[in-house]
Ligand binder design. Structure first.
Ligand SMILES: *Cc1c(COP(=O)(O)O)cnc(C)c1O
Length: 390
């Protein structure tokens, strides 16, 4: 039957059905899924038939990425969100009511702390920030209405490692939620140590190529179902293409985590011996406060993130970043394939109270490196050249 141009164009884009299978996962870049009829709608809605209806509620690219991350985390189920902050929001909104109390580590990703303060200011959630490395002070902060405890397995930017088994025990009935972005399940699986839910900024290591905004939550089927429902209602859903890219990035995750861990040890040891550097924070170094704990909990590597303080303090930061601009770029993210540098005081922790931040060790002269999969020898030579100009 011949068709008008408008019909050809408006219904276009389809190849004829074929019988071989795509060697790589197709991208389901679609808002919705066509249904054979009302009977199929009923069957998909009551789960007697596997299908998708509307991408905000589910899409095969979401499912592929979420289930792979759930498998890596040894979780029953996973759910994707538009970003790490989306994942964090979906957990908080699905597990807290106004009047509830949340206990959180005092050093968190800056935006996570800001989100908690916002929930306190606008939505009647009570928040206490405590030192997650001091289990007694965490226990002391638990109240009758404490509904969640939120921590990072390896913290930003001082690479503090939380003694999760002890924390979980001390929290008793209070579920512990872990931001596992820095460690990834290749180095640490919080659920195996008793955490209830784990989430990631998949914009970082899980994707690992610096070209995606994506978040993911993993945990029990029941918890993840609540998270997914809230994510859909609040519109925190991920984009299929981001999930497709995330799945591609995930294929090399174990290789990348092994390599960045090895590279970061070399770079940390180099910086620790440099006269322009007064202090280096990496859990592989014997002088790191959590060195032994990290060896016990993360025996396969401690990751690619490290921070260092300049002998010259803040005065050295601008010249250092300028000297590195052509080799190790200033990029306010992390976990790219290439090594990048950032300045926590002016980026991730810009909105944290200045005196508090300094008292924790996040000083104005602290630089944070995300060591990539590039050659450690090159990175060391480039850092050396730049540090010599200070
Ligand atoms: C980046 C980051 C987040 C936020 O994730 P987005 O994907 O940027 O929304 C949360 N936690 C940690 C530790 C991060 O590094």
């Amino acid at each position: 039957m011949s068709r008008e141009d408008e019909t050809i164009c408006s219904r276009g884009g389809w190849a004829e059905d074929f019988t071989t299978r795509s060697s790589n996962p197709p991208l389901y870049q679609t808002t919705a899924f066509d249904l054979h009829g009302i009977e199929q709608l009923d069957a998909v809605t009551d789960h007697s038939e596997r299908g998708y209806i509307y991408t905000r509620d589910g899409n095969p690219n979401h499912a592929a990425f979420a289930s792979d991350v759930a498998d890596l985390e040894h979780a029953e189920a996973g759910a994707v969100c538009a970003s790490g902050m989306g994942a964090c929001s979906a957990i908080l909104l699905s597990h807290l009511r106004s009047g509830d109390h949340i206990l959180a580590a005092r050093v968190l990703y800056g935006r996570s702390s800001q989100l908690l303060s916002e929930l306190e200011r606008c939505f009647g959630i009570e928040v206490t920030f405590a030192d997650a490395s001091d289990i007694e002070s965490m226990s002391a902060a638990v109240r009758d209405n404490t509904k969640l405890c939120l921590i990072e397995s390896v913290s930003n930017p001082l690479l503090e490692v939380v003694d999760l088994p002890r924390l979980v025990e001390a929290m008793g009935e209070v579920p512990v939620v872990v931001d596992n972005t820095f460690a990834t399940p290749c180095l640490f699986r919080p659920l195996e140590h008793g955490a209830k839910l784990v989430f990631h900024s998949a914009s970082k290591y899980l994707n690992g190529h610096g070209d995606v905004m994506l978040g993911v939550v993993a945990g029990s089927q029941a918890s993840v179902t609540c998270v997914r429902r809230v994510a859909s209602l609040f519109g925190l859903n991920a984009n299929p293409f981001e999930c497709w890219l995330g799945s591609r990035g995930l294929r090399t995750l174990p290789l990348r985590m092994q390599r960045v861990s090895e590279n970061a040890i070399k770079v940390a040891e180099f910086l620790a011996g440099h006269s322009a550097v007064s202090r280096v924070y990496h859990p592989s170094l014997p002088d790191h406060p959590n060195h032994e704990l990290a060896q016990r909990l993360l025996p396969d590597g401690t990751g690619g993130m490290l921070s260092f303080e300049l002998q010259s303090g803040e005065a050295g930061i601008r010249p250092l970043f300028r000297a590195l601009a052509e080799t190790i770029p200033f990029s306010p993210t992390l976990a790219d394939t290439r090594t990048t540098i950032s300045w926590p005081a002016g980026t991730s922790h810009k909105y944290v109270n200045v005196d508090e931040r300094r008292s924790w060790g996040i000083t104005d002269g602290l630089a944070r490196l995300s060591v990539g999969i590039d050659s450690a020898d090159d990175v060391i030579a480039e850092l050396d050249a730049a540090l010599r100009t200070l």
